[in-house]
Design a protein around this ligand. Sequence first.
Ligand code: DGP
Length: 116
Amino acid sequence: MHTEPDCLFCRIATGELSADRVLETEDVVAFRDINPQAPTHVLVIPREHVSSLDAAEPRHAETIGKLHLAAKRIAAEAGIQGGWRAVINVGADAGQTVFHVHLHLLGGRPLAWPPG
Ligand code: DGP
């Protein structure tokens, strides 16, 4: 499995850097966002380094799917009522600042649409 030694989220995934982890599986790790935008704001990442959804290939399909299923599980375990949002920022113009693909799980408050 490909990892990048200088990638912040790879280093969180391996445990080299600490984070407030909420779920770990063979393929994905989830932890609370350091700058939460909602009462529940969790980042779900693959253990494998993929820089962005733009860099994902067909062989990553199962892992990308697992990010979403992990978010569903975390939202259920958090007891979020009435809905939640899964967001993947793709590229700098969309607000991506960490180039290791990650799904934002946001919930616990009403979420406006469209996002800014
Ligand atoms: P994005 O803008 O979509 O690339 O989201 C990156 C998110 O990562 C942002 O909401 C803040 C969060 N973040 C950045 N550095 C850290 C960190 O060291 N620990 C944690 N828990 N979250 C981080």
